[in-house]
Design a protein around this ligand. Structure first.
Ligand code: BTN
Length: 243
């Protein structure tokens, strides 16, 4: 099937015309003991986003999940998510789209910051080693923006339809490079950040933090200057506020 999709990669490629969710499928493969697999689909019928939200995945998008076992402690897994956002931004640059990243990993375009891609990472690990890591990437490629939720856009709307094969290859190559060089990720992420320097509101599991986003630190935490000291957040939902 890798050959059918025409991709070259140091992992097995499993392609589906239609599947509920590439992340769910990658998880089945993970639990069966498989590693180094990419699950790709033209359409998802039950795509999932962060915070248990649904993810619209009509035919024509790039819906993909990479299953691997990077040599990282579980606490460092967020760096893989940031790496994926960087890989998406760099891949869409090759088709003339300038995108940026909202912490931690939303890929947005334009002044109105429409969402072009999202990333959902899942992981299992014991003690100090990741057992498996799934990086799920949803890139709105050759899809009508009307088929997407409000606030989202697609490559079709921005530059017209793209060659998905070439773009997916660029994405997987970029992701592979970045996962192999985690030390390069924060600098590249910072270069593409839309969040640093902005006023933000971050909802964590336990509280809401408002302030200026001043820095990103390994393995992907956001540093916020609140006016009453600096806070570091590891996970949460970030909203850019008007200055
Ligand atoms: C987000 O909420 O921003 C993350 C969206 C992640 C969507 C991708 S599409 C491929 C993979 N399979 C899924 O069901 N979700 C991820």
């Amino acid at each position: 099937l890798a050959v059918e999709y025409g991709l070259e990669a140091p992992y097995e490629i499993e392609f589906h015309e239609s599947i509920p969710s590439t992340n769910a499928r990658a998880r089945e493969r993970a639990e069966a003991g498989d590693r180094d697999v990419v699950v790709l689909a033209d359409e998802q019928t039950g795509g999932r986003g962060r915070l248990d939200r649904a993810w619209a995945s009509p035919s024509g998008g790039i819906w993909c999940s990479l299953l691997g076992s990077p040599d990282l402690p579980p606490a460092h897994a967020p760096i893989a998510t940031l790496a994926a956002a960087v890989a998406v931004v760099e891949a869409v640059e090759t088709v003339g789209v300038e995108a940026g990243i909202k912490w931690p990993n939303d890929v947005l375009v334009g002044e109105d910051e429409r969402k072009l891609a999202g990333i959902l990472t899942e992981m299992a690990g014991e003690h100090d080693r990741i057992d498996w890591l799934i990086v799920g990437i949803g890139l709105n490629a050759n899809v009508d923006p009307e088929a997407l939720p409000a606030g989202a856009t697609s490559l079709r709307a921005l530059v017209g339809d793209v060659d998905r094969r070439t773009l997916t290859q660029a994405l997987l190559d970029g992701l592979d490079d970045r996962l192999g060089a985690p030390d390069s990720v924060l600098e590249a992420w910072t270069d593409h950040s839309l969040t640093l320097g902005r006023r933000v509101r971050v909802e964590t599991q336990s509280e809401t933090i408002v302030g200026e986003a001043v820095d990103v630190a390994f393995p992907g935490t956001l540093v916020i200057e609140t006016g009453r000291g600096r806070r570091t957040v590891t996970a949460g939902d970030c909203e850019h506020l008007r200055p």
